[in-house]
Design a protein around this ligand. Structure first.
Ligand code: AMP
Length: 435
C-alpha cells in the first residue's frame, strides 16, 4: 500500500489571503494611506517580535491579552520574546528609542501589519490578524481626541461602510478612577453570587474589567452598576465634555456608553469603539471594528518623558467582512488620489481661540472634500507659534481664523511669500486658492 502523503494546513486561527481576496486588502491599504496622508501621519514599521516585558508593562499584566493570549518564545540565547499582540507599546518603544521625543509635537504616526493573539478562533476572531493604527504623541488637548475619532469615522465612510456606530466614554485618570473602582467593587460584592467565576477574579485583580464581560448574567448585573462618568474629577470631566463638543461640531455622531472600558490597562480619559450595527446593541458586541483611547501615562511608564498620547487601531479582517456584507464591489483603488508623501500641503490653518478651533474641524473637512491638502496644529493656539510652523511647512498660504472671522463667516488669507493678507468670505476659500 502506498503511504498517504501528509496534507499540511495553515495553523489554526491563521489564514491565507488568496489572490482573489487581495483587492479588498489593497482597497483598505489605499484608503488608510490616503487618510494618513491627509491628516499628516507618518508611516512607521516596527518588528513583529518584541521583548515580552514591553507588553507586560505596556498592555498590562492583568489584561486578557497578556494573561492568556500572547505567543511567547524563548530564544536559544534565553531571551523571552513575543509576537506582538498589538501595536501601541511597540510604537512607544520605537518613539523613545529613536529620539522622536525631540521632534516638534505632536508626533503623528501610523502603522499596519499582522498581530497575534492566542484567542479561540471563530468568525471575525483570528490568531493572526491585521491592524492599522494611528497614534498621536505629545498633545493633551481634547480636540486631538475628537480629530482622531473623526479620522476613523472618515475612514469607514471612505470605504463606503454605513452600518456601524461610535461608542465613547471617559475612564478618568489616576486621580479620580480609584474612587470609582471602590464604588464599583462595593456594588459588585453585593452581587457576587450573580457573576461568573472569571469576574469574581477580575474584581480582585482588575475590577474595571468586570464591565467588559460578555457573559449574559454579568451583563444583567452591569445594567445597574455605577457609572464612571459620575465620578470624574473636574479635569477629566471638562476634557470629556470638550471632546463631545468638538465631535458635535464636526458632525461625528456617537453614542455615550458609560460602561465602555476597553480591555487594556493603559487608557486614561477618552476611550472609544466603532461597533457594527447602526446603534448600541444592534451588532455583535464581540466584534468591534476599531477601538482606541487616550493613554497619557504610557510613554513615561515605558521609560520616556511624561507625554500625553492617544491612539486607536482597526482590524482589517473584520472591516473586510463588513465590506463584503455591504456587498461593496471592489472598484479599482483610489489611484487617482493615491497618496504621495512628497506632496506638500498648499495651506496651513491657523486658529486663534475656542470658537475658531471648533470651526477648524469643518474647514479641514471642506479641504478634504475638495482634495486640497491643508496642514494644521490644532493643539496650539498661539498665533506666532502657528505662523512659524506654517512657514517651516513651506505652504503657499496661511488661513487665519479668529473669533471675529468666525462670527463674520470670513477668513484671512495670507500669502506666505509676500506676507500680503486679505479678508475673504469663507465660502470663497477654494476659488481664491485656485486662483
Ligand atoms: P484591540 O487592539 O483589542 O483594541 O482591537 C482593535 C481592533 O482589532 C478591533 O476593533 C478589531 O477590529 C481587531 N481585532 C481584535 N482582536 C481580533 C481578532 N482576534 N481577530 C480579528 N480582529 C481582531
Amino acid at each position: 500500500m502506498p503511504r498517504r502523503k501528509k496534507q499540511y494546513k495553515s495553523v489554526t486561527g491563521m489564514t491565507d489571503v488568496l489572490p482573489e481576496q487581495q483587492p479588498w486588502w489593497e482597497k483598505i491599504e489605499s484608503v488608510t494611506s490616503s487618510i494618513a496622508n491627509f491628516y499628516r501621519f507618518s508611516k512607521i514599521s516596527t518588528p513583529i517580535l518584541e521583548e515580552e516585558e514591553l507588553f507586560v508593562k505596556g498592555t498590562g499584566k492583568t489584561t486578557e491579552i497578556v494573561e492568556k493570549e500572547m505567543y511567547i518564545l524563548k530564544t536559544k540565547g534565553g531571551e523571552r520574546l513575543v509576537l506582538r499582540p498589538e501595536f501601541t507599546p511597540a510604537l512607544v518603544r520605537s518613539y523613545i528609542e529613536n529620539g522622536m521625543e525631540a521632534l516638534p509635537k505632536p508626533v503623528k504616526l501610523w502603522s499596519m501589519g499582522p498581530v497575534f493573539r492566542h484567542e479561540k478562533p471563530q468568525k471575525g476572531r483570528y490568531r493572526q490578524f491585521h491592524q492599522f493604527n494611528f497614534e498621536v504623541f505629545g498633545d493633551k488637548s481634547p480636540i486631538i481626541d475628537s480629530l482622531l475619532i473623526h479620522l476613523f469615522f472618515n475612514f469607514l465612510l471612505q470605504l463606503g461602510l454605513k452600518n456601524w456606530h461610535i461608542e465613547i466614554n471617559s475612564i478618568g485618570c489616576r486621580e479620580c478612577r480609584p474612587a470609582y473602582v471602590k464604588v464599583l467593587k462595593r456594588y459588585y460584592k453585593k452581587k457576587i453570587s450573580k457573576i461568573c467565576p472569571d469576574c469574581r477574579k477580575r474584581l480582585k485583580k482588575n475590577p474595571l474589567r468586570v464591565l467588559d464581560c460578555k457573559e449574559e448574567k454579568c451583563q444583567r448585573v452591569k445594567k445597574l452598576a455605577p457609572k464612571i462618568i459620575d465620578s470624574l474629577c473636574s479635569d477629566c470631566d471638562e476634557h470629556f465634555k470638550a471632546v463631545l463638543e468638538f465631535l458635535d461640531e464636526s458632525k461625528t455622531f456617537y453614542f455615550l456608553n458609560p460602561y465602555l472600558v476597553r480591555g487594556l490597562d493603559y487608557y486614561t480619559k477618552t476611550v472609544f469603539e466603532f461597533m457594527p450595527g447602526k446603534e448600541i446593541g444592534q451588532g455583535n458586541r464581540m466584534s468591534s471594528l476599531i477601538g482606541g483611547g487616550r493613554y497619557d501615562l504610557l510613554i513615561e511608564e515605558l521609560g520616556g518623558k511624561p507625554t500625553p498620547a492617544i491612539g486607536g487601531a482597526g482590524g482589517i479582517e473584520r472591516i473586510i467582512e463588513e465590506m463584503k456584507e455591504a456587498k461593496k464591489e471592489t472598484k479599482p483603488l483610489l489611484k487617482k488620489h493615491a497618496p504621495s508623501y512628497k506632496e506638500k500641503p498648499i495651506a496651513f490653518l491657523i486658529q486663534i481661540g475656542h470658537l475658531a478651533r471648533k470651526k477648524s474641524l469643518s474647514i479641514i473637512e471642506e479641504f478634504k472634500k475638495n482634495k486640497i491638502k491643508i496642514a494644521e496644529n490644532l493643539g496650539k493656539d498661539n498665533f506666532k507659534a502657528q505662523l512659524q510652523i506654517a512657514s517651516r511647512a513651506e505652504v503657499k498660504f496661511a488661513l487665519i481664523l479668529g473669533q471675529k472671522e468666525c462670527l463674520d463667516d470670513t477668513i484671512i488669507l495670507r500669502n506666505m511669500e509676500t506676507g500680503i493678507q486679505k479678508v475673504i468670505p469663507q465660502a470663497d476659500i477654494f476659488q481664491e486658492i485656485k486662483k
